[in-house]
Design a binder for this molecule. Structure first.
Ligand code: ATP
Ligand code: MG
Length: 401
Protein backbone atom coordinates (compact mmCIF):
# COMPACT_ATOMS: atom_id res chain seq x y z
CA UNK A 1 0.00 0.00 0.00
CA UNK A 2 2.77 2.38 0.89
CA UNK A 3 4.03 2.56 -2.71
CA UNK A 4 1.30 5.20 -2.89
CA UNK A 5 3.56 7.37 -0.77
CA UNK A 6 5.89 8.98 -3.24
CA UNK A 7 7.88 12.17 -3.12
CA UNK A 8 6.52 13.08 -6.54
CA UNK A 9 3.12 13.91 -5.00
CA UNK A 10 4.67 16.33 -2.51
CA UNK A 11 5.18 19.99 -3.47
CA UNK A 12 8.90 20.94 -3.67
CA UNK A 13 8.53 23.65 -1.02
CA UNK A 14 7.16 21.09 1.46
CA UNK A 15 10.04 18.69 0.73
CA UNK A 16 12.48 21.55 1.20
CA UNK A 17 11.03 22.46 4.60
CA UNK A 18 11.20 18.82 5.78
CA UNK A 19 14.81 18.59 4.54
CA UNK A 20 15.75 21.92 6.13
CA UNK A 21 14.42 20.77 9.52
CA UNK A 22 16.22 17.44 9.27
CA UNK A 23 19.49 19.10 8.20
CA UNK A 24 19.09 21.36 11.22
CA UNK A 25 19.18 18.26 13.43
CA UNK A 26 15.44 17.80 14.01
CA UNK A 27 12.98 15.07 13.15
CA UNK A 28 10.33 15.99 10.60
CA UNK A 29 7.40 14.12 9.04
CA UNK A 30 4.34 14.68 6.93
CA UNK A 31 1.28 13.89 9.08
CA UNK A 32 -2.50 13.83 9.20
CA UNK A 33 -4.83 14.34 6.26
CA UNK A 34 -2.11 14.43 3.60
CA UNK A 35 -0.66 11.02 4.49
CA UNK A 36 -4.18 9.58 4.78
CA UNK A 37 -5.17 10.94 1.39
CA UNK A 38 -1.99 9.74 -0.31
CA UNK A 39 -2.57 6.24 1.09
CA UNK A 40 -6.11 6.43 -0.35
CA UNK A 41 -4.62 7.44 -3.72
CA UNK A 42 -6.37 10.80 -3.46
CA UNK A 43 -4.66 14.15 -3.97
CA UNK A 44 -4.07 15.80 -0.56
CA UNK A 45 -5.65 19.21 0.04
CA UNK A 46 -2.78 20.50 2.14
CA UNK A 47 0.49 19.15 3.50
CA UNK A 48 1.14 19.43 7.22
CA UNK A 49 4.63 19.00 8.65
CA UNK A 50 5.20 17.83 12.23
CA UNK A 51 8.64 18.24 13.75
CA UNK A 52 10.63 17.97 16.94
CA UNK A 53 11.81 21.54 16.19
CA UNK A 54 10.27 24.19 18.46
CA UNK A 55 8.72 27.28 16.89
CA UNK A 56 11.85 29.32 17.71
CA UNK A 57 14.04 26.66 16.02
CA UNK A 58 11.91 26.88 12.89
CA UNK A 59 12.16 30.68 12.95
CA UNK A 60 15.95 30.36 13.16
CA UNK A 61 16.21 27.82 10.30
CA UNK A 62 14.09 29.65 7.70
CA UNK A 63 14.17 33.24 6.50
CA UNK A 64 10.44 33.95 6.46
CA UNK A 65 8.28 32.40 9.18
CA UNK A 66 4.82 33.58 10.22
CA UNK A 67 3.88 32.84 13.86
CA UNK A 68 0.43 31.48 12.93
CA UNK A 69 -0.37 29.72 16.21
CA UNK A 70 2.86 29.86 18.07
CA UNK A 71 1.38 29.05 21.49
CA UNK A 72 0.14 25.73 20.07
CA UNK A 73 3.45 25.13 18.32
CA UNK A 74 2.35 26.05 14.81
CA UNK A 75 4.29 28.36 12.50
CA UNK A 76 4.08 28.89 8.75
CA UNK A 77 7.25 28.81 6.67
CA UNK A 78 7.06 30.90 3.51
CA UNK A 79 9.30 29.44 0.85
CA UNK A 80 9.30 30.63 -2.76
CA UNK A 81 5.78 31.94 -2.32
CA UNK A 82 4.46 28.68 -0.84
CA UNK A 83 3.11 28.47 2.72
CA UNK A 84 4.10 25.38 4.69
CA UNK A 85 2.69 24.77 8.19
CA UNK A 86 5.07 23.25 10.70
CA UNK A 87 3.76 22.08 14.08
CA UNK A 88 5.97 20.94 16.93
CA UNK A 89 5.34 17.38 18.19
CA UNK A 90 2.94 17.97 21.04
CA UNK A 91 0.54 16.44 23.45
CA UNK A 92 -2.54 18.20 24.69
CA UNK A 93 -3.56 18.61 28.28
CA UNK A 94 -6.24 20.14 30.43
CA UNK A 95 -9.23 19.89 28.19
CA UNK A 96 -11.63 22.43 29.58
CA UNK A 97 -15.22 21.22 29.35
CA UNK A 98 -14.56 19.11 26.27
CA UNK A 99 -13.35 22.09 24.28
CA UNK A 100 -9.90 22.74 22.88
CA UNK A 101 -7.01 21.96 25.18
CA UNK A 102 -5.92 24.86 27.32
CA UNK A 103 -2.33 23.66 27.41
CA UNK A 104 -0.01 21.89 25.00
CA UNK A 105 3.29 20.25 25.82
CA UNK A 106 6.08 19.89 23.30
CA UNK A 107 7.79 16.55 22.75
CA UNK A 108 10.76 15.00 20.96
CA UNK A 109 8.78 11.97 19.95
CA UNK A 110 6.46 11.58 16.93
CA UNK A 111 4.53 8.76 18.64
CA UNK A 112 3.33 11.12 21.37
CA UNK A 113 2.12 13.54 18.73
CA UNK A 114 0.27 10.82 16.83
CA UNK A 115 -1.32 9.68 20.09
CA UNK A 116 -3.20 12.99 20.55
CA UNK A 117 -4.86 12.76 17.14
CA UNK A 118 -8.48 11.73 16.63
CA UNK A 119 -8.63 8.72 14.31
CA UNK A 120 -6.15 6.01 13.41
CA UNK A 121 -6.13 6.98 9.73
CA UNK A 122 -5.23 10.57 10.76
CA UNK A 123 -2.43 9.37 13.04
CA UNK A 124 0.12 8.20 10.46
CA UNK A 125 3.42 9.98 9.85
CA UNK A 126 5.67 9.62 6.80
CA UNK A 127 9.17 10.87 6.21
CA UNK A 128 9.39 11.62 2.48
CA UNK A 129 13.20 11.58 2.58
CA UNK A 130 13.82 8.21 4.24
CA UNK A 131 10.45 6.64 3.45
CA UNK A 132 9.95 5.85 7.14
CA UNK A 133 6.29 5.27 7.99
CA UNK A 134 5.11 5.61 11.60
CA UNK A 135 1.70 4.02 12.14
CA UNK A 136 1.39 3.05 15.80
CA UNK A 137 -2.42 2.68 15.86
CA UNK A 138 -3.05 0.59 12.76
CA UNK A 139 -4.16 3.45 10.53
CA UNK A 140 -3.24 1.66 7.29
CA UNK A 141 -5.21 -1.40 8.34
CA UNK A 142 -8.26 0.75 9.11
CA UNK A 143 -7.93 2.53 5.76
CA UNK A 144 -7.97 -0.88 4.08
CA UNK A 145 -11.02 -1.82 6.15
CA UNK A 146 -12.58 1.55 5.37
CA UNK A 147 -13.15 2.14 9.06
CA UNK A 148 -13.14 5.25 11.22
CA UNK A 149 -11.63 4.18 14.54
CA UNK A 150 -10.57 6.39 17.42
CA UNK A 151 -6.95 6.40 18.47
CA UNK A 152 -6.93 4.23 21.60
CA UNK A 153 -10.09 4.64 23.72
CA UNK A 154 -13.10 6.21 21.98
CA UNK A 155 -14.81 7.30 25.20
CA UNK A 156 -11.66 9.12 26.27
CA UNK A 157 -11.09 10.75 22.88
CA UNK A 158 -14.70 11.97 22.70
CA UNK A 159 -14.69 13.20 26.28
CA UNK A 160 -11.55 15.27 25.66
CA UNK A 161 -12.98 17.05 22.63
CA UNK A 162 -16.70 16.99 21.95
CA UNK A 163 -16.23 17.84 18.28
CA UNK A 164 -14.63 14.48 17.55
CA UNK A 165 -17.89 12.46 17.39
CA UNK A 166 -19.11 14.79 14.65
CA UNK A 167 -15.74 14.51 12.89
CA UNK A 168 -16.08 10.72 13.04
CA UNK A 169 -19.44 10.88 11.28
CA UNK A 170 -18.11 13.50 8.84
CA UNK A 171 -15.15 11.31 7.84
CA UNK A 172 -17.37 8.22 7.54
CA UNK A 173 -19.61 10.24 5.23
CA UNK A 174 -17.00 12.01 3.11
CA UNK A 175 -14.82 8.90 2.70
CA UNK A 176 -17.80 6.53 2.61
CA UNK A 177 -16.32 4.51 5.50
CA UNK A 178 -18.08 2.79 8.39
CA UNK A 179 -17.71 3.65 12.07
CA UNK A 180 -15.86 1.03 14.09
CA UNK A 181 -18.44 -0.31 16.63
CA UNK A 182 -16.77 1.03 19.80
CA UNK A 183 -16.27 4.41 18.14
CA UNK A 184 -19.95 4.51 17.16
CA UNK A 185 -21.12 3.31 20.56
CA UNK A 186 -19.19 6.09 22.32
CA UNK A 187 -21.11 8.84 20.51
CA UNK A 188 -24.48 8.65 22.34
CA UNK A 189 -22.65 8.35 25.65
CA UNK A 190 -20.62 11.52 25.14
CA UNK A 191 -23.40 13.82 23.85
CA UNK A 192 -23.16 16.03 26.97
CA UNK A 193 -19.58 16.86 25.91
CA UNK A 194 -20.67 17.51 22.32
CA UNK A 195 -23.17 20.06 23.67
CA UNK A 196 -20.29 22.28 24.79
CA UNK A 197 -18.68 22.59 21.38
CA UNK A 198 -18.67 26.00 19.67
CA UNK A 199 -21.25 26.18 16.88
CA UNK A 200 -18.65 27.53 14.42
CA UNK A 201 -16.71 24.27 14.70
CA UNK A 202 -19.90 22.22 14.27
CA UNK A 203 -20.81 24.20 11.18
CA UNK A 204 -17.46 23.49 9.48
CA UNK A 205 -17.81 19.75 9.91
CA UNK A 206 -21.52 19.69 9.11
CA UNK A 207 -21.06 21.55 5.80
CA UNK A 208 -18.41 19.03 4.70
CA UNK A 209 -20.86 16.22 5.49
CA UNK A 210 -23.73 18.02 3.77
CA UNK A 211 -21.81 18.37 0.50
CA UNK A 212 -20.58 14.78 0.39
CA UNK A 213 -22.05 12.35 -2.16
CA UNK A 214 -22.97 10.01 0.75
CA UNK A 215 -24.87 12.72 2.64
CA UNK A 216 -27.91 10.43 3.14
CA UNK A 217 -25.78 7.95 5.03
CA UNK A 218 -24.20 10.82 7.00
CA UNK A 219 -27.54 12.29 8.07
CA UNK A 220 -28.82 8.84 8.99
CA UNK A 221 -25.76 8.32 11.19
CA UNK A 222 -26.14 11.77 12.74
CA UNK A 223 -29.73 10.89 13.63
CA UNK A 224 -29.05 7.38 14.94
CA UNK A 225 -26.14 8.50 17.14
CA UNK A 226 -28.15 11.39 18.61
CA UNK A 227 -25.88 14.13 17.24
CA UNK A 228 -28.52 15.59 14.92
CA UNK A 229 -30.97 15.97 17.80
CA UNK A 230 -28.38 18.06 19.62
CA UNK A 231 -27.68 20.72 17.02
CA UNK A 232 -30.44 20.37 14.41
CA UNK A 233 -33.53 18.76 15.94
CA UNK A 234 -35.64 20.50 13.26
CA UNK A 235 -34.27 18.03 10.69
CA UNK A 236 -35.25 14.91 12.63
CA UNK A 237 -38.18 14.17 10.31
CA UNK A 238 -36.52 15.42 7.14
CA UNK A 239 -36.28 13.36 3.97
CA UNK A 240 -32.59 12.32 4.02
CA UNK A 241 -32.91 10.44 0.72
CA UNK A 242 -34.10 13.64 -0.94
CA UNK A 243 -31.07 15.54 0.36
CA UNK A 244 -28.88 12.90 -1.27
CA UNK A 245 -30.67 13.34 -4.59
CA UNK A 246 -30.14 17.12 -4.54
CA UNK A 247 -27.18 18.82 -6.21
CA UNK A 248 -24.09 19.17 -4.03
CA UNK A 249 -24.91 22.74 -3.16
CA UNK A 250 -25.18 24.19 0.33
CA UNK A 251 -28.30 26.27 -0.37
CA UNK A 252 -30.24 23.58 -2.19
CA UNK A 253 -29.36 20.80 0.24
CA UNK A 254 -30.23 22.95 3.28
CA UNK A 255 -33.56 23.89 1.65
CA UNK A 256 -34.38 20.21 1.15
CA UNK A 257 -33.30 19.41 4.71
CA UNK A 258 -35.38 22.23 6.21
CA UNK A 259 -38.33 21.79 3.87
CA UNK A 260 -41.60 22.62 5.62
CA UNK A 261 -39.89 24.43 8.51
CA UNK A 262 -41.65 27.63 9.56
CA UNK A 263 -38.41 29.47 10.47
CA UNK A 264 -35.63 28.14 8.27
CA UNK A 265 -33.61 31.35 8.37
CA UNK A 266 -33.50 31.43 12.16
CA UNK A 267 -32.35 27.80 12.24
CA UNK A 268 -29.52 28.51 9.81
CA UNK A 269 -28.39 31.67 11.58
CA UNK A 270 -28.33 29.72 14.84
CA UNK A 271 -26.06 27.19 13.10
CA UNK A 272 -23.77 30.06 11.98
CA UNK A 273 -24.37 29.76 8.25
CA UNK A 274 -23.46 32.98 6.42
CA UNK A 275 -26.41 35.41 6.17
CA UNK A 276 -26.65 35.06 2.40
CA UNK A 277 -26.72 31.26 2.52
CA UNK A 278 -29.43 31.43 5.19
CA UNK A 279 -31.44 34.00 3.21
CA UNK A 280 -31.25 32.01 -0.02
CA UNK A 281 -32.12 28.65 1.54
CA UNK A 282 -34.92 30.18 3.61
CA UNK A 283 -36.39 31.86 0.53
CA UNK A 284 -36.57 28.46 -1.17
CA UNK A 285 -38.27 26.87 1.83
CA UNK A 286 -40.77 29.68 2.37
CA UNK A 287 -41.60 30.12 -1.32
CA UNK A 288 -41.79 26.44 -2.06
CA UNK A 289 -45.54 26.13 -2.77
CA UNK A 290 -46.09 25.57 -6.49
CA UNK A 291 -48.88 27.14 -8.58
CA UNK A 292 -52.09 25.14 -9.14
CA UNK A 293 -51.81 22.05 -11.33
CA UNK A 294 -51.70 22.81 -15.08
CA UNK A 295 -51.32 26.55 -14.48
CA UNK A 296 -52.29 29.06 -17.14
CA UNK A 297 -49.51 31.32 -18.43
CA UNK A 298 -50.69 34.24 -16.24
CA UNK A 299 -50.75 31.94 -13.19
CA UNK A 300 -47.26 30.75 -14.00
CA UNK A 301 -45.99 34.32 -14.46
CA UNK A 302 -47.57 35.38 -11.15
CA UNK A 303 -45.89 32.48 -9.42
CA UNK A 304 -42.51 33.34 -10.96
CA UNK A 305 -43.00 36.97 -10.00
CA UNK A 306 -43.67 35.92 -6.41
CA UNK A 307 -40.78 33.47 -6.03
CA UNK A 308 -38.42 35.74 -8.03
CA UNK A 309 -37.37 34.29 -11.37
CA UNK A 310 -33.70 33.98 -10.44
CA UNK A 311 -34.65 31.55 -7.69
CA UNK A 312 -36.71 29.35 -9.98
CA UNK A 313 -33.89 26.96 -11.03
CA UNK A 314 -32.98 26.25 -7.38
CA UNK A 315 -36.62 25.87 -6.41
CA UNK A 316 -37.19 23.40 -9.24
CA UNK A 317 -34.10 21.51 -8.04
CA UNK A 318 -35.51 21.33 -4.50
CA UNK A 319 -38.84 19.92 -5.74
CA UNK A 320 -37.09 17.56 -8.13
CA UNK A 321 -34.98 16.14 -5.28
CA UNK A 322 -38.12 15.69 -3.17
CA UNK A 323 -40.01 14.09 -6.03
CA UNK A 324 -42.64 16.81 -5.82
CA UNK A 325 -42.10 18.38 -9.24
CA UNK A 326 -45.13 17.71 -11.48
CA UNK A 327 -44.33 16.20 -14.87
CA UNK A 328 -43.86 18.88 -17.49
CA UNK A 329 -43.61 21.73 -14.98
CA UNK A 330 -39.89 22.34 -15.54
CA UNK A 331 -40.41 22.54 -19.32
CA UNK A 332 -43.27 25.01 -18.86
CA UNK A 333 -41.17 27.25 -16.61
CA UNK A 334 -38.17 27.13 -18.91
CA UNK A 335 -40.25 27.87 -22.01
CA UNK A 336 -41.92 30.79 -20.28
CA UNK A 337 -38.67 32.24 -18.94
CA UNK A 338 -37.17 31.98 -22.44
CA UNK A 339 -39.68 34.61 -23.59
CA UNK A 340 -38.24 36.95 -20.92
CA UNK A 341 -41.62 38.28 -19.72
CA UNK A 342 -41.78 41.30 -17.38
CA UNK A 343 -42.14 39.89 -13.85
CA UNK A 344 -41.06 42.80 -11.65
CA UNK A 345 -41.96 46.47 -11.42
CA UNK A 346 -38.39 47.28 -12.50
CA UNK A 347 -39.10 45.59 -15.83
CA UNK A 348 -42.12 47.80 -16.61
CA UNK A 349 -41.71 49.91 -19.78
CA UNK A 350 -42.67 52.98 -17.74
CA UNK A 351 -40.42 53.92 -14.85
CA UNK A 352 -41.31 55.93 -11.75
CA UNK A 353 -40.54 59.23 -13.39
CA UNK A 354 -42.60 58.36 -16.49
CA UNK A 355 -45.49 57.42 -14.22
CA UNK A 356 -45.30 60.67 -12.23
CA UNK A 357 -45.26 62.69 -15.47
CA UNK A 358 -48.24 60.75 -16.83
CA UNK A 359 -50.24 61.15 -13.61
CA UNK A 360 -49.06 64.72 -13.07
CA UNK A 361 -48.06 64.02 -9.49
CA UNK A 362 -44.89 63.77 -7.43
CA UNK A 363 -43.88 60.78 -5.31
CA UNK A 364 -47.04 59.56 -3.57
CA UNK A 365 -48.84 56.37 -2.56
CA UNK A 366 -50.74 56.61 -5.85
CA UNK A 367 -47.51 55.86 -7.73
CA UNK A 368 -47.10 52.63 -5.78
CA UNK A 369 -50.73 51.65 -6.49
CA UNK A 370 -50.34 52.45 -10.19
CA UNK A 371 -47.11 50.48 -10.45
CA UNK A 372 -48.70 47.43 -8.87
CA UNK A 373 -51.72 47.78 -11.15
CA UNK A 374 -49.54 47.91 -14.27
CA UNK A 375 -47.52 44.89 -13.14
CA UNK A 376 -50.76 42.92 -12.71
CA UNK A 377 -51.79 43.91 -16.24
CA UNK A 378 -48.51 42.79 -17.82
CA UNK A 379 -48.45 39.58 -15.80
CA UNK A 380 -51.78 38.82 -17.51
CA UNK A 381 -50.61 40.07 -20.90
CA UNK A 382 -46.88 40.80 -21.38
CA UNK A 383 -47.56 42.35 -24.80
CA UNK A 384 -49.01 45.41 -22.96
CA UNK A 385 -45.54 46.23 -21.67
CA UNK A 386 -44.75 49.14 -24.01
CA UNK A 387 -44.67 52.80 -23.10
CA UNK A 388 -47.80 53.45 -25.15
CA UNK A 389 -49.58 50.35 -23.88
CA UNK A 390 -48.98 51.31 -20.24
CA UNK A 391 -49.92 54.99 -20.81
CA UNK A 392 -53.19 53.89 -22.38
CA UNK A 393 -53.85 51.52 -19.48
CA UNK A 394 -53.17 54.32 -17.02
CA UNK A 395 -55.87 56.49 -18.56
CA UNK A 396 -58.48 53.90 -17.62
CA UNK A 397 -57.07 53.54 -14.10
CA UNK A 398 -58.35 55.27 -11.00
CA UNK A 399 -56.36 55.36 -7.78
CA UNK A 400 -58.11 53.54 -4.94
CA UNK A 401 -60.03 56.03 -2.84
P1 ATP B 1 -9.47 17.34 5.69
O1 ATP B 1 -8.97 16.63 4.49
O2 ATP B 1 -10.93 17.33 5.80
O3 ATP B 1 -8.84 18.69 5.94
P2 ATP B 1 -7.75 16.55 7.81
O4 ATP B 1 -7.42 15.19 8.34
O5 ATP B 1 -6.65 17.32 7.19
O6 ATP B 1 -8.99 16.38 6.87
P3 ATP B 1 -8.00 18.71 9.63
O7 ATP B 1 -9.19 19.17 10.38
O8 ATP B 1 -7.39 19.59 8.61
O9 ATP B 1 -8.39 17.32 9.00
O10 ATP B 1 -6.90 18.31 10.71
C1 ATP B 1 -5.57 17.89 10.40
C2 ATP B 1 -5.12 16.77 11.33
O11 ATP B 1 -5.12 17.24 12.68
C3 ATP B 1 -6.05 15.56 11.35
O12 ATP B 1 -5.70 14.64 10.34
C4 ATP B 1 -5.85 15.01 12.74
O13 ATP B 1 -4.66 14.23 12.79
C5 ATP B 1 -5.64 16.25 13.56
N1 ATP B 1 -6.89 16.78 14.16
C6 ATP B 1 -7.69 17.76 13.67
N2 ATP B 1 -8.71 18.03 14.49
C7 ATP B 1 -8.58 17.20 15.53
C8 ATP B 1 -9.31 17.01 16.74
N3 ATP B 1 -10.43 17.71 17.00
N4 ATP B 1 -8.85 16.09 17.61
C9 ATP B 1 -7.72 15.38 17.37
N5 ATP B 1 -7.00 15.51 16.26
C10 ATP B 1 -7.39 16.41 15.35
MG1 MG C 1 -6.81 19.41 6.51
Amino acid sequence: MSDLLTKRTVPPAVLEVVKGLQDGGFRAFLVGGCVRDMLRAQPPKDFDVASSARPEDVQRLFKKVIPTGIEHGTVTVVLRGEHVEVTTFRSEADYVDGRRPSKVEFHEDIEVDLGRRDFTMNAIAWDPNTGELVDPFGGQKDLALRTVRCVRDAMERFTEDGLRPLRAVRFATVLDFTLEPLTEAAIPKTLPVFRKVAVERINQEFVKLLLAPSVTKGLTLLASTGLLGEFLPEAAQADFEAVGRAARDEVIRMAVLLFGQPQPREVMIRLKFPNKTADDAAALVLRAPLPPAEPSDPQLRRWLSKVEAQRAPALLAVHEARGSLPAGFRARVEALLATNPPLTTKQLALDGKGLMDALGTGPSPAIGHATRHLLELVLDDPSLNTREGLLTALKAWKPPS
